[in-house]
Design a protein around this ligand. Structure first.
Ligand SMILES: Nc1ncnc2c1ncn2[C@@H]1O[C@H](COP(=O)(O)OP(=O)(O)OP(=O)(O)O)[C@@H](O)[C@H]1O
Length: 767
């Protein structure tokens, strides 16, 4: 029976592959026709007769060029289309589909059979041999069991009766196995997907998407989708499939450039950048929050990830950061800026002409505040620019008479003069006219930097304004609520001012600084962006998220995070969800919990869960492996040897192994020690590096979001991980392991491991 089924399915598969091959040939032909057309058209371009002697000749030439260009564009489009189609077919050929569903539409409908794969494929119009996994009907594969199942279509909900669900593993056009199932996606299929080795690039999960993940992927209703999920529960995986799904669902109205993903670091960008291309889609805009803010302030140096992670946890600094990163402060800044329109507190800078003051700041202030009280900040800014530009234009005539202009004309070379003459279409009536022309051109050129300064708002003194905001903060928000005295605040601001003089700004300060600037200049955000995704959202604060919402006012937000992995924001991440509740319409907000962890073996998940104080809800996926190991060494030299022993063991079985240190210097220490002992490894110092196979050594804060076959935690002793605050950090690091985990410690292991049930790990005590 089973044999027969396989035979029949293989015959069907052979037929589909055959049809795909035929379609490939056709596509290849279309490509070569389009290519030929493009070549011919390009040649014809050269033969267009250029007639520029008469006006009508010029018009004719322009029209021929335009017509030719249009034809060329069309051919290029059809070439691109055929090339995309061919690459989809090539992807389908080896593995055309992964599932089959037999169902009947209710009320006497015909029984139907569909096959689901990475993309749709039809041999005739409307005769689909394969359905795209994102098609509405494909949802029943992920969502339901046998029997009546509903799914969403653009026209509302439909219900069908599902009679068969079959899953395939196909390799190079041959069915390796198939399962009939009445579950959403069988565990066998998932198990075999998860037992694979990790690689430096994340893979798509379309054939094994789980029901809870499917709900995230296909959500269209909510403005805010907040996914709280355990480490390894597939948040990132689901969100990448979601982008692919959205691009399919809204094809024609949504392009990849209208989707932005904020990721925790650039290494992570590198890790996930193949998933969408593998699904046949272009990558969305992908950047870190600090890249996003940094590129707007080229003159300032924003604190780096490392500085942020390793900043001294001075008590005052912590309290001040809590204040600056709160939603209350965001509102306070909004109101502060609004009042600047009338309260005369806006800070200006002189407009300079070389070393001379061209328009003094007092004068600019006068203009700025001369407008009606009801003017919005943006209009006030535009009005001021207009006045300044008018003033600049008026000054051209008087400046033309200045001595320096005369001197410049006299000293100009023939070539320089010719450049200016080229801008004068006809002959001069007399010398006077010629002189006036030249002096005017010279002044206009000399005024260009002033015009630029006006256009780019350089007459606003944003640094001074930011400092003013910090200084008056005690008047706009209650310091006491954050446990800060006025004296302490003054001290904190003094430190920030000193840093700013050296062009440095804190990680929190930069959001405040840019928000203030945007308010002053009346920026209305990037309105064309439709979807914003924020991964590892627990490391964001409420101010940053409110600012992102301001920057992307028309976007729907999907926020993914794990409050148990808050390694930068610690406790304050707990209030984040509450604060988000006030930013989005509660009716259009959905919070989804993912509790099952897929990344690690059951042994690793059971172990890491107990590091947390509240990890009970985390459920392990039942994939067996070795118990994690804790290795205790008597000193550092011995610890290095113990790490080597583990690494040598892991190298026999795994491709991607990470040694994770707490800080950069911890990591450098072990990387160097390993090298000295002849153990080759790649030290990841900054997020700009690439992930590679083999052994990598990486500091904790750069390991975020990544995964490795085996992880060795370097020196998690009670001295390194001494504070309860570091529980989440240890959990984050340990949960990077897929198949094997070793935690090393010089002397006493951290007390953060005390809660873990002893039967969940083995101990190698070499102390
Ligand atoms: N439905 C699934 N089918 C196959 N693999 C899956 C599935 N869901 C998750 N995975 C795999 O589990 C691993 C963890 O997924 P992912 O990195 O998306 O988790 P995460 O929730 O973002 O984790 P973290 O918060 O720890 O960074 C990945 O290797 C991913 O491919």
């Amino acid at each position: 029976m089973a044999e027969q089924i396989i035979e029949k399915e293989q015959a069907h598969l052979d037929h589909v592959v055959e049809e795909i091959k035929k379609a490939e040939q056709k596509a290849a032909k279309n490509i070569s026709t389009a290519k030929k057309d493009i070549n011919n058209l390009s040649k014809q371009f050269d033969t267009i007769h250029m007639n520029t002697t008469t006006y009508s000749g010029m018009m004719d030439t322009a029209m021929s060029v335009r017509a030719q260009q249009q034809m060329l564009d069309e051919r290029e489009n059809s070439w691109q289309h055929a090339a995309d189609h061919l690459s989809t077919l090539q992807r389908l050929e080896a593995k055309p589909y992964f599932a089959r569903i037999d169902f009947q539409e209710k009320e006497g409908g015909q029984p139907e059979t569909i096959y689901i794969g990475l993309a749709s494929f039809s041999d005739q119009p409307d005769h689909f041999l394969v359905y795209d996994w994102r098609a509405p009907i494909s949802s029943i594969y992920y969502d339901g069991e046998l029997g009546d199942v509903s799914y969403d279509t653009p026209d509302g909900q439909e219900t069908v009766n599902v009679q068969l669900k079959r899953q395939f593993q196909i390799e190079d056009g041959t069915i390796v196995t198939l399962y009939d199932t009445d579950e959403a996606v069988t565990d066998q299929m998932l198990l075999s997907a998860l037992s694979n080795h990790s690689s430096t690039k994340m893979k798509s999960i379309v054939s094994t998407i789980q029901k809870a993940q499917n709900a995230i992927i296909r959500n269209t209703k909510d403005d805010l989708l907040f996914v709280q999920g355990a480490a390894g529960s597939g948040k990132t995986a689901a969100v990448l499939q979601r982008v692919a799904w959205l691009l399919y669902r809204y094809r024609g109205n949504l392009s990849a450039s209208q989707v932005v993903l904020f990721s925790p670091n650039q290494l992570f960008n590198d890790y996930i950048d193949q998933v969408l291309p593998e699904l046949g889609e272009q990558n969305m805009v992908q950047l870190t929050y600090y890249q996003y803010v940094n590129r707007r302030v080229p003159r300032l140096k924003v604190a780096t990830l490392q500085e942020r992670f390793e900043q001294s946890d001075q008590d005052l600094n912590e309290r001040a950061v809590r204040l600056l990163s709160s939603l209350d402060y965001f509102h306070a800044v909004t109101n502060y800026a609004k009042r600047l329109g009338t309260d005369q507190h806006l800070r200006f800078r002189n407009l300079m002409f070389g070393k001379q003051v061209f328009v003094p700041k007092e004068k600019i202030k006068e203009i700025y505040y001369s407008f009606n009280r009801t003017y919005k900040l943006g209009n006030r800014l535009d009005g001021t620019k207009e006045e300044l530009t008018k003033y600049l234009n008026r000054r051209i005539s008087s400046e033309m008479r200045a001595k320096w202009v005369e001197e410049q004309i006299q000293s100009m070379s023939k070539e320089e003069l010719n450049v200016l003459y080229a801008q004068h279409p006809k002959a001069f009536a007399n010398d006077n006219e010629e002189y006036r022309f030249l002096s005017r051109m010279i002044v206009i050129n000399a005024f260009k930097p002033i015009k630029r300064a006006i256009d780019h708002n350089r007459w606003l003194n944003i640094n001074a304004q930011y400092v003013h905001l910090l200084r008056v903060t005690p008047k706009i928000i209650s310091l006491a609520k954050y446990g800060i005295t006025p004296d302490e605040w003054t001290r904190y601001v003094d430190q920030q001012v000193a840093a700013l003089k050296n062009r440095r700004i804190s990680a929190n300060g930069i959001s405040v600084y840019l928000y203030l600037y945007d308010l002053l200049t009346g920026k209305r955000g990037e309105r064309e962006i439709r979807y914003v995704f924020v991964d590892e959202v627990q490391d964001y604060d409420a101010f940053q998220l409110a600012y992102l919402k301001f920057c992307f006012p028309r976007a729907k937000f999907t926020l993914l995070g794990d409050l148990n992995q808050a390694i930068f924001t610690h406790e304050s991440s707990k209030t984040l969800l509450k604060e988000l509740g006030t930013m989005f319409d509660p009716e259009k907000t959905k919070v989804v919990q993912l509790t099952k962890s897929y990344r690690s073996t059951k042994q690793i998940t059971d172990f890491t869960r107990e590091i947390l104080l509240n990890g009970e809800a985390i459920e392990a996926f039942d994939r067996p492996g070795e118990l994690p190991e804790i290795v205790i060494s008597k000193d550092e030299t011995a610890a290095v040897q113990d790490v080597i022993t583990s690494l040598q063991q892991y190298q026999k079985e795994h491709d991607k192994i990470a040694v994770i240190g707490k800080t950069l210097s911890d990591s450098e220490q072990i990387a160097t020690a390993l090298k000295k002992q002849g153990i080759d490894n790649t030290m990841i110092r900054t997020e700009n590096q690439r992930l590679v196979d083999g052994i990598i050594v990486v500091p904790s804060y750069l390991a975020k979001g990544l995964e490795f076959d085996a992880v060795v935690v370097w020196n998690a002793n009670d001295h390194k991980y001494s504070s309860d605050d570091e529980r989440q950090l240890l959990y984050t690091i340990a949960s990077r392991a897929m198949h094997a985990l070793t935690i090393t410690a010089v002397h006493q292991p951290t007390h953060l491991l005390d809660r873990v049930t002893p039967s969940l790990y083995t101990i190698r005590d070499n102390s």
